[in-house]
Design a protein around this ligand. Structure first.
Ligand code: ADQ
Length: 497
């Protein structure tokens, strides 16, 4: 298939991300073991590294007292996509724990996360965090250079690709480009941002923004989920750095080079979710309709607004009482950060208040799970819910919206509701759009979804599923490599976007 061609024609690839695609843990005997993670990104990117003589550079989730302690191989019964990632293909970045804490919890999660989601009031700006972000990025760059020098030298188009991921590593490309030039090694550098890139008026609040832009522009290609984020980035390059830009063709001139900027909306492993939903046993024993929310417990996801909209629905349309429940599944996230602890408190109280107000002996309006659920269970929830409610205040893409439609295999299907402030709201045109900030309107959209005629539901869901099936996560990886110019057939170039 096409994807195999991508793997074979791209030469070697070095993936650089804050986290490796597995975490290291110590077992009871103090031995290091791997714990696999199985996100869509890992599923799509791991085969390219495994099959294409590539390497993965990242933090292993643990500070090792002895940095030379060998990385263990995967467990023999591991069937996850990273099982084939042998330890010689992994470069585990080690950073001083104090520096790491300030880089990760400080700069990444307390500054860039809120700022890039256009929530500047939640962002803290500390010179010390920025300093440690720089130090950490240098260390990632050093490790990437080690990986690069270990690869066989190539020429022409068959040079190694370095693919750097996300807001944790916006500076790293700087030192990789410099290092590669000094060593006389040819390579191509690409960057993908998984969160939104904010408009200039927000971006400029960050005191050291020019350095961020320069770091990203050290790449040959910079990818974002949607065109809006691309245009924001191009705008910032022009206004902050005075770069010459071409908005139509999304090009930025910098340092005598022309950097490509591309919208590359991420997809999911569509077929895997279809298979899961075909096999998963029923987990919801109820005749009530389920409105489903699935999110990390994060203030960007609009969870409080969502509960209030559901409360409003029950007030304004009492016919849904005893007939509809909101099932909210929230995965604990960044639990050592104060703001996340406060959000957990607020959610607990709000669920309690709304349930106290409406619950009857046979029904509770909100079922709230605070925890992770298995992929099987998740697929069953997606499949058996009447409404998928995806209402972030701001979100780079949002994969839950895509996973929901992949699992909607029942006839007639349910209805997807998305916020226009998620990348998914820009690309999933047949979903109902809901502005989470206006609680009354939001409740009306939920009402409309719950009362939508079958034929309209079928029509909308068919279109949504067709698009996600076509533009799945393998297609995304292929588009990224193609945009880097590593796949040279015209057909591939025509496919993008
Ligand atoms: P996230 O902010 O983590 O990702 P999202 O895209 O929704 O958000 O992905 C969450 C993932 O976690 C989904 O695959 C979902 O299935 C899983 N998940 C959520 N709750 C779960 C639960 N309770 N149990 C088990 N699994 C659960 C960031 C950006 C997004 C962007 C992605 C990918 O913030 O905007 O879409 O990266 O680029």
């Amino acid at each position: 298939n096409n994807f195999d061609n991508v793997v074979s024609s791209s030469g070697s690839m070095i993936v650089v991300s804050n986290r490796l695609p597995f975490v290291l843990q110590r077992n009871a005997e103090g031995k290091l073991v791997r714990k696999a993670s199985a996100g869509g990104l890992v599923t799509a990117v791991a085969p390219v590294v495994i099959n294409g003589s590539g390497l993965w550079v990242g933090w292993p989730g643990l500070h090792l007292a002895n940095p030379n302690e060998p990385i263990p191989e995967s467990d023999p019964d591991d069937i996850t996509p990273t099982a084939g990632l042998r330890s010689e293909k992994v470069v585990a970045v080690q950073i001083d724990p104090v520096v790491f804490d300030s880089y990760y919890n400080g700069c990444c999660n307390a500054t860039f996360w809120p700022l890039f989601h256009s929530m500047p009031d939640r962002a803290t700006f500390k010179r010390e965090h920025w300093h440690n972000y720089t130090t950490a990025n240098k260390e990632f760059a050093n490790c990437t250079m080690k990986a690069l020098t270990s690869l066989p030298r190539r020429t022409g188009n068959d040079v190694p690709l370095i693919w750097i991921h996300d807001y944790h590593l916006m500076l790293a490309a700087n030192w990789v480009r410099q290092g590669a030039e000094e060593e006389g090694i040819m390579c191509k550098l690409g960057f993908f941002l998984h969160i939104p890139f904010p408009p200039w008026d927000i971006f400029r609040l960050f005191p050291w923004g020019d350095e961020i832009l320069q770091g990203m522009l050290a790449c040959d290609m910079v990818g974002f989920h949607i065109t809006d984020y691309c245009l924001n980035f191009v705008d910032c390059c022009q206004r902050n750095l005075g770069c010459r830009v071409d908005r139509k063709n999304l090009l930025v001139e910098h340092g005598g080079r022309s950097v490509r900027v591309r919208p590359l909306p991420i997809g999911i492993p569509f077929e895997r979710f279809v298979e899961l939903s075909e096999k998963a046993p029923k987990v919801l024993s109820t005749n009530q309709k389920i409105v489903l929310g699935v999110d990390r417990l994060d203030y960007t996801k609009g969870l409080v607004h969502r509960l209030l909209a559901f409360e409003k629905l029950l007030e304004n349309h009492p016919q849904h009482k005893e007939n509809v429940s909101l099932l909210q599944i929230s995965v604990p996230s960044r639990t050592d950060v104060k703001e996340y602890q406060e959000l957990k408190e607020e959610m607990d109280q709000l669920v309690g208040r709304i349930n106290g107000k409406f619950t009857t002996p046979n029904w509770s309006p909100i079922r709230y799970i605070y925890g992770c659920v298995s992929q099987d269970e998740l697929a069953a929830f997606y499949r058996d819910s009447a409404v998928g409610l995806v209402t972030p205040l701001r979100d780079g893409m949002n994969l839950v919206a895509k996973e929901f439609v992949a699992c909607q295999i029942n006839t007639p299907p349910g209805v997807l509701i998305v916020s226009p402030f998620a990348g998914a709201g820009e690309t999933m045109h047949e979903a109902l759009i809901c502005n989470p900030y206006e609680i009354n309107d939001a409740s009306e959209v939920i009402h409309r979804a719950l009362t939508m005629p079958e034929d309209e539901r079928i029509l909308r869901m068919n279109y949504l599923r067709r698009r996600e099936k076509l533009n799945d996560v393998n297609y995304w990886t292929k588009s990224f490599l193609s945009a880097m110019g590593s796949l040279l057939t015209q057909e591939d170039h025509d496919d993008i976007g």
